[in-house]
Ligand binder design. Structure first.
Ligand SMILES: [Zn+2]
Length: 328
């Protein structure tokens, strides 16, 4: 932890927003999502190696996200704590919190935008037994949601768009979403071993009495695959149905109906579940669900194949443009 804090202190305030210039700086009044930037932010994360908690790549990813947000002029807080992992051992958790606001809107209800940045330590959906102990590259299942949010942060932190914000936006990058019990574990399988970062964040937020701060939240998970489909997930509909309908309507109006499909999906244990359950914040999950698969997720989910080959700029554009339109 000490090592991490020294690195973080050294990293603060070193770069310009976006880490590198976007291909097309926006001059218009409308915020424009740049899928090339989002793609690069995903590629940069994957290039670090699997961001498994406790590894150097994980620390470097925290620094990468913080540097980007800091350069966007946002208030940042690294939330640290300890949860219990699937084997009953203590698990260090680092959530990254950042706020985009202006004095004019500070008293309004906040929008929560979130994604997990950690990589799953095990490819436990691999066919070959020996591969199941290798970490997931996590291009889609981790980096994609972060990449889209970093691009949204870059666009909205531009002075023009920032001045036009209608409510404060809290970005939360959850740790340890994918630390859930590995399928090869011989002990008990427990659902609450997933989403450790969001469990910690939601509990702490309530403990501090901040649950009234938020209007609603949007979680992004696996939002980069070329053939992605985002059905209306059960818990999202139960807790934040009006927001689901609005997001899906906007997505369809923008011509992205092949992604934002008018179908419903089974309950999915993801960070939004705990934001809803523990935090009391209506939260929508935009997640790639594939009803053709037994797992409900793409065939390469939690395998070594979750790499940049499954990241598509058209999908990123669909998600990013839809979100920017919903936000304004
Ligand atoms: Zn996962």
């Amino acid at each position: 932890m000490k090592h991490l804090l020294i690195l973080l202190t050294a990293a603060m305030g070193l770069v310009t927003c976006g880490n590198r210039p976007a291909a097309m700086p926006s001059q218009t009044q409308e915020p424009i999502f740049n899928a090339d930037s989002a793609y690069r932010y995903i590629d940069d994360q994957v290039a670090l190696g699997a961001r498994v908690p406790g590894t150097d790549a994980h620390t470097q990813c925290i620094l990468y996200i913080i540097n980007h947000l800091k350069a966007c002029g946002m208030q940042i807080n690294l939330q640290q704590g300890t949860m219990t992992n699937y084997a009953g051992q203590p698990q260090a958790v680092y959530n990254i919190l950042a706020r985009l606001t202006t004095p004019q809107i500070e008293s309004r209800k906040h929008l929560l935008l979130c994604a997990h940045y950690d990589s799953r330590p095990w490819c436990d959906e691999e066919e070959l037994y020996e591969n199941r102990y290798l970490p997931v590259p996590a291009a889609n299942d981790g980096a994609s949601g972060v990449g889209v949010l970093l691009e949204i942060a870059r666009v909205l932190s531009d002075s023009t768009h920032r001045a036009n914000l209608t409510q404060p936006i809290d970005f939360v990058f959850f740790d340890c979403e994918d630390m859930g019990t590995p399928s090869f574990y011989t002990g008990m399988q427990r659902e609450d071993t997933w989403c450790l970062g969001s469990q910690m964040w939601a509990s702490e937020m309530v403990r501090q009495g901040h649950q009234g701060l938020y209007q609603y939240g949007i979680l992004l998970d696996m939002v980069g695959a070329p053939d992605a489909t985002f059905p209306k997930e059960y818990y999202s509909m139960q807790n934040a149905g009006d927001y689901v309908e609005k997001i899906w309507r906007v997505g369809n109006e923008l011509g992205y109906g092949r992604y934002f499909q008018q179908q419903h999906a089974m309950p999915i244990t993801d960070d939004h579940y705990y934001v809803n359950l523990l935090g009391g914040i209506p939260c929508v999950d935009i997640i790639n669900y594939d009803a053709r698969q037994n797992t409900g997720f793409p065939a390469w989910w939690h395998t070594l194949q979750d790499d940049m080959r499954h990241i598509d700029k058209t999908t990123l554009q669909a998600v990013g443009s839809t979100l920017l339109t919903v936000i304004k």
